[in-house]
Structure formats: structure tokens, C-alpha cells
Design a protein around this ligand. Structure first.
Ligand SMILES: [Zn+2]
Length: 242
């Protein structure tokens, strides 16, 4: 009996010594794990014209990776701008307490859009952020948009559709607040392989039009890149807070 009392006392004493420290650890661990964000810098050094199904079980096919657009004034290739912004976004998100994984860190890769989605699935992303810039034959068109699946998307679960739509809304709102870019809203589409293969919430950020001289030069500048990064990160914060 005496032994039992002593043992109980020991447990209580040791427990009370350990507990505050443990608690502290738990708090800081919680702070450190705001979730995993996967960033996909759109395109790559060389496009890949081979075809892949646009979604699981789909008969319609699209090129594995399109070549992307080019800056009308800056002459920068879209895949280069995308990676510059993606790397800055990664740094910003880490500073805000997220874990971050990049689909690519260089231009010399060959990863199809469906493969990019599957990587994010495999990693269990809280959100997949696909960074792109837009192009149009009409060079006066400008502004930013995000892309999301429609509510009738046949490849995605209802949960992923609604989460992706919410993520897209939050990101475009915050992006335009930070950059003052023209808000072209959320563009709904079920034709994107990089969305349709997802099992995690996803959005495509079309930061602006590289075919518009003024917007192209803005996106090429470090000052504006900082604003774009802040905007996307604010949108992710707003979404992940939900
Ligand atoms: Zn693109």
C-alpha cells in the first residue's frame, strides 16, 4: 500500500514538472503546422505535346504540358515568371508558418499536368496553388483571375469542388486587393487536367496578361511581384482559416 502511495506521488510530482514544458511544445508545434501548401509553377522549359486524358476515365485528351505565353514587352517566357513568383510565394508562406512543397524548382523538368495534381494528392496538400500568367490575342485585355471547377465537375468529389471554389474566391479577392489589378473573378472550367486529377483543393492563379504591355512589365518588376505574393498568401490565409 505504501509503495502504491509513493508511486502515485512520484507520478503526480514528475507529471507536474513535465506538463508545462510539454504544453509549450504542443503550442509551438501547433503554430508551426498551419498546413501543407503545394505550389506548382506552371509550365516548364520545354512543353510536352504528348496527350493525356483531361481527367480520370476521360476520353478527351490534352497536351501533357502546354508551352505557355511570353511577355510582349519583357520578352520573358511565362514558365520563368511563374517560377520566380512561386519561389517568392514559398518563402512568404514558410514565414507565415506553412509547410511548403514545390512541384518544380527548375525549368529542366518534364512533369505533366495530371502528374502535378497526383504529386499534390500524394503529399496530402491542404491546397494546391497553380501559378500562371495569361495571354490573349487582344493585347488590351488585362487583369487577374483564378480558375476553379464548376459545381457539375464529373471528376471531382462535391467536397473538393466546393473547397476549390472557396479557395479560388478567397485568392482572387486578396490578390486584387494587394495588387489593385482588375478583378476578372473566378473562371469556372472543367477542362483543366491539373484540376480534374486533384483529390485536394486546387486553384489556378492567372496573375495577369503577359500580352498586355503594361501588365507584362508590371509583373516583371520586383515591387509588383511582392504585391502578388502578398495577395496570394493573404488569400491562402483567408481560406485556411476557415
Ligand atoms: Zn500558363
Amino acid at each position: 500500500m505504501k509503495k502504491l502511495i509513493l508511486l502515485t506521488l512520484a507520478v503526480v510530482v514528475i507529471g507536474s514538472i513535465l506538463l508545462p514544458a510539454e504544453r509549450e511544445c504542443m503550442v509551438s508545434a501547433k503554430k508551426m503546422t498551419k498546413g501543407l501548401i503545394v505550389i506548382d509553377a506552371g509550365h516548364q522549359g520545354k512543353g510536352n505535346g504528348r496527350l493525356e486524358p483531361i481527367g480520370p476515365g476521360a476520353s478527351s485528351k490534352k497536351p501533357k504540358v502546354a508551352s505557355g505565353t511570353t511577355g510582349r514587352a519583357s520578352k520573358t517566357a511565362e514558365y520563368k515568371l511563374n517560377l520566380i513568383v512561386a519561389k517568392k510565394l514559398s518563402k512568404e508562406l514558410k514565414q507565415r508558418g506553412y509547410r511548403v512543397k514545390m512541384i518544380r524548382n527548375s525549368h529542366n523538368v518534364n512533369i505533366s499536368n495530371s502528374e502535378r495534381a497526383k504529386m499534390a494528392n500524394r503529399w496530402g496538400a491542404g491546397a494546391l496553388i497553380r501559378i500562371h500568367a495569361n495571354g490573349d490575342v487582344n493585347t488590351s485585355v488585362s487583369g487577374a483571375m483564378t480558375m476553379a471547377p464548376t459545381s457539375n465537375n464529373r471528376f471531382l468529389s462535391k467536397k473538393i469542388i466546393s473547397k476549390s471554389r472557396l479557395l479560388s474566391k478567397k485568392v482572387i479577392r486578396a490578390f486584387c486587393r494587394a495588387t489593385k489589378a482588375k478583378n476578372r473573378g473566378v473562371y469556372s472550367t472543367d477542362g483543366m487536367s491539373g484540376i480534374n486529377w486533384c483529390k485536394v483543393p486546387v486553384t489556378i492563379v492567372e496573375m495577369g496578361y503577359m500580352t498586355n504591355r503594361k501588365e507584362d512589365l508590371k509583373m516583371a518588376s520586383k515591387v509588383y511581384q511582392k504585391k502578388m505574393v502578398k495577395g496570394i498568401a493573404d488569400g491562402i490565409d483567408a481560406y485556411m482559416g476557415k
